[in-house]
Design a protein around this ligand. Structure first.
Ligand SMILES: Nc1ncnc2c1ncn2[C@@H]1O[C@H](COP(=O)(O)OP(=O)(O)OP(=O)(O)O)[C@@H](O)[C@H]1O
Length: 663
């Protein structure tokens, strides 16, 4: 087996390989621009090569590999071979074998899956330890000899202090995560995972894996990652580029649907109705209610002739088209085309031939008739009509529900209407009834438990012909419409057959914090398995104070003596005063220290969490206990609970460190 010095020399070979790839990509940019047959292909090829050259030259100065597999004599495919595994493939010299294999390649799978019980032909698995780009150590597991040890390098990676945005986990993906990352493109999956079990990490690595395994198909159809808010997207945005994938659309649902600006806020009652699945029925009903039965013939003058289609025939065309179930706007054009076709046949019987220009002319002449019986509809106009007078929503909506969504002061016209976030979803539903939206080859939805039924439908429309990865935790549901069960949610997402897989090993929250989190979970009335922490480090302290602000400043000052990021998580209303108190206390809010309103904490993590006044977090909203569950599971190493009022439940007391008084 290679020694550390030999491995270091290998690192140099990798550097040379990367330089070769970069030179070749640069040369190809020049060649590609001159050899491609036509301008379009030249442009496409040029763009592709330029982005490859750019990507390689911007390659983060990370280690070129993190693992190595040495296959034994009994491996059928890789007998006696050894491979270094890294974030990206590095080509060998003179077209020889690559010096580093991409972690997504089929052979790399053994790095994640091989075990002493089932070595998969691997004689030795080696994990490398790095300090920046300097190779410092390695650990070997002689799997073929039944040797499998707890990896210190793995533990150090998982326990490493966090600062800045989320990082990739390619070096330490766990077998149960690997199963999900490498699931086939056709497969839609739902991952129910307790806090910190790696759902987000799995979703992002799955995107990278799918793009590797199905590059051509997905480059055409696209991969979409949906996250709950911009802070979360900022936090995760560096992971895919670090894995070499820059072509994934990462956005929030609100931005994706954002055809109009959000300038209004709904009352809680109105939002509840607007997000209810029955709104889909309401919108369909009022849209198709715009279609009327033809009661007289239609005729079009054409020179000295007049072509005519009788009302019975027209009714049949309209009924048949409705039955075909195509989108409304396409249906309107289908009716136009079918009437035009009947007129073309009449013309032919008179010895006239209807060419394309003639067809267009006749079709255009039918517009006034179509405007009568199958009028063109604008989503904003339709929704404006409904919210000005929701009468037609009866009996699907009750009188109270109709009253809840009625605009107090309807606008003059739809152009001056003010739309809410929920309205965006309704406008998208209408747009989806009119025409099919752009679909994606694969959609990854994070924090999916919080989506409303109508939001689920918006996602479903975009993945009708693709697959989805649903990531979520029923226990972390904080919206009024949060999912109570996955099967119903998956139905709404258009993938009722998707399998639900639970992840239960937490890589973020240490065992001392998982204890209280699991006790709180028991009070949440959701049917999800509890978490088991991978981490035995960590600290939990509960501090009772007389003045919250003073107490939080003191505890935060102490937190700053540790390494890593600090998040002071508080009820939204407390966040402002606490920020002021920290400033006034001379503490620097910036990259290391942030005050996080509880409503924004989802999906994020901090090395040290100062959880301020849990009672206020719980009281702030109907699902306050779920919010508290989210807040206290953001801690990577240390959790400080600071309270001046009684704690909402006694979840923190049993087994946690406690310091009292004095602050
Ligand atoms: N296999 C792994 N190796 C190293 N770190 C991991 C692994 N899996 C997850 N992690 C780390 O654990 C932390 C939690 O992961 P992630 O945010 O993906 O969890 P989550 O299930 O989405 O959590 P939440 O539901 O609380 O948002 C992250 O720092 C992530 O990098």
């Amino acid at each position: 087996m290679a020694t550390l010095d030999e491995e270091r020399r290998y690192v140099e070979q990798c550097g040379a390989g990367l330089r070769r790839m970069l030179d070749a990509a640069r040369d190809n940019v020049i060649v590609g621009e001159s050899v491609a047959g036509d301008r379009y292909s030249a442009e496409r090829l040029g763009r592709h090569l330029k982005s490859l050259a750019k990507e390689l030259s911007e390659e983060p100065e990370g280690p070129p590999f993190f693992g190595r597999l040495d296959f034994g004599g009994d491996s059928a495919e890789h007998q006696g071979r050894s491979y270094h595994i890294g974030r990206r493939h590095i080509t060998g010299e003179h077209g020889g074998p690559p010096v580093v294999i991409d972690w997504r390649a089929p052979v790399s799978r053994a790095f994640y899956r091989a075990s002493a019980r089932d070595p998969l032909g691997v004689e030795v698995r080696r994990r490398f330890g790095w300090a920046g780009t300097t190779l410092t150590s390695f650990e070997d597991e002689r799997l073929a000899q039944g040797e499998q040890t707890e990896s210190r390098i793995l533990a150090a990676e998982i326990e490493r202090p966090r600062v800045g945005p989320m990082r990739d986990i390619v070096a330490t993906i766990q077998p149960e995560q690997d199963d999900l990352v490498r699931a086939g493109l056709e497969e839609s999956i739902c991952v129910q995972g307790a806090p910190g079990t790696g759902k987000t990490a799995v979703g992002l690595h799955r995107a990278a894996f799918l793009l590797y395994a199905h590059r051509q198909r997905l480059e055409r159809s696209g991969v979409l990652v949906l996250g709950p808010n911009r802070a979360f997207l900022g936090y995760i945005s560096a992971v895919l580029p670090a894995l070499g994938e820059v072509d994934v659309e990462q956005t929030t649902l609100e931005r994706l649907l954002g055809t109009v600006a959000v300038t209004a806020t709904d009352s809680p009652a109105a939002a509840l109705v607007k997000h209810d699945a029955r709104m889909a029925e309401v919108l369909r009903k009022i849209l198709y209610g715009r279609i009327s039965k033809p009661v007289e013939p239609v005729s079009v003058a054409d020179g000295s002739y007049r072509w005519r289609v009788g009302e019975d025939e027209l009714r049949r065309i309209v009924d048949d088209t409705r039955r075909d179930g195509m989108p409304y706007a396409i249906g309107r054009e289908r009716v136009r085309a079918r009437i035009t076709e009947l007129m073309r046949r009449q013309a032919e019987l008179r010895g006239r031939t209807g060419n394309a220009v003639w067809t267009r002319k006749i079709g255009k002449a039918l517009t006034p008739f179509l405007d009568e019986i199958w009028p063109a509809v604008h989503p904003e106009e339709l929704l404006c009509a409904l919210l000005s007078d929701p009468g037609p929503a009866a009996p699907i909506l009750t009188a109270d529900e109709r009253a809840a969504i009625t605009w107090a002061r309807p606008p003059r016209g739809y152009r001056s209407a003010k739309w809410s976030e929920a309205d965006l979803v309704l406008l998208d539903e209408i747009a989806g009834l009119l025409e099919r939206p752009r679909g994606y080859g694969h959609v990854i939805v994070d924090e999916a438990q919080d989506l409303s039924p109508m939001q689920c439908r918006a996602v479903a429309r975009r993945s009708e012909h693709g697959s989805i990865t649903v990531l979520g935790d029923l226990a972390q549901g904080t919206t009024p419409w949060a999912a109570a069960s996955w099967p119903r949610h998956l139905e709404l997402l258009g993938k009722p057959a998707a399998g639900v897989v639970a992840l239960t090993t937490g890589f973020r929250v240490p065992a001392v914090v998982v204890g209280p989190a699991n006790r709180l979970l028991a009070a949440l009335d959701v049917d999800v398995p509890a978490t088991r922490s991978y981490r035995n480090d960590g600290r939990l302290l509960v501090t009772r104070v007389t003045e919250l602000e003073k107490g939080v400043v003191a505890v935060t000052r102490e937190a700053l003596t540790f390494e890593g990021s600090i998040g002071v998580i508080a009820a939204d209303a407390d966040a402002g005063p606490l920020t002021d108190a920290l400033w006034n206390g001379g503490l620097d809010l910036g990259e290391r220290l942030s005050v996080v309103p509880a409503s924004m904490a989802k999906g994020l993590e901090y090395d040290h969490v100062v959880l301020a006044e849990p009672a206020a977090i719980v009281e702030a909203e109907a699902r306050g206990l779920n919010r508290l569950y989210v807040a206290l599971t953001r801690a990577v190493s240390r959790l400080d609970v600071v309270h001046s009022r009684p704690l909402p439940l006694d979840v923190f007391t049993a087994g946690s460190g406690e310091r009292t008084g004095g602050r």
